[in-house]
Design a protein around this ligand. Structure first.
Ligand SMILES: [Zn+2]
Ligand SMILES: [Zn+2]
Length: 147
């Protein structure tokens, strides 16, 4: 097999480029790369890039459009959306907050609903002996051993 022919890179004058191109350090406000969006907890939300962040090498060829792999797509922060899916850490924090409101400090059962901890300070069964529905809670770990 002959050596791979050097691919001719199609250069376009910057004025003919499909998307406006911007140099690093001269970005208009509100345009961010995908990575910068992610750092703010945002995602493009399905909108197409609105510009191109030119690579460093192209700073020396301002009249040509950048077709290099190190260029980056730019998205409008005004059309970006908040990422819906919470991170694992956020989910864990949420679960810990819920666990605190659903666990009885006396019997250590974790109920599937929030307990009146502010008024009673414990579950109903611990408060006045009203038996709790066994399907409404998870027994604390080690409960069988302690019994
Ligand atoms: Zn370039
Ligand atoms: Zn209890």
């Amino acid at each position: 097999m002959a050596r791979t022919r050097r691919r001719e890179i199609k250069r376009v004058p910057r004025t003919d480029a499909a998307l406006p191109e911007y140099d690093r350090g001269a970005l208009p406000e509100g345009l961010l790369t995908r990575r910068q969006l992610r750092a703010q907890g945002l995602s493009p939300g399905g909108h197409d890039p609105v510009g191109i962040l030119r690579c460093k090498a192209c700073a020396y060829r301002p009249q040509w459009s950048c077709i290099h792999p190190t260029r980056a797509w730019l998205y409008s922060v005004h059309r970006a959306r908040l990422k819906r899916t919470p991170t694992l850490a956020q989910e864990r924090a949420l679960d810990q907050a819920m666990a605190a409101r659903q666990t009885c400090p006396r019997c250590r059962r974790r109920y599937y609903f929030c307990l009146p901890l502010r008024t009673l300070g414990c579950c109903l069964e611990c408060h006045d002996g009203t038996p709790a529905d066994p399907t409404s809670y998870v027994a604390p770990p080690g409960h069988a051993l302690a019994a």
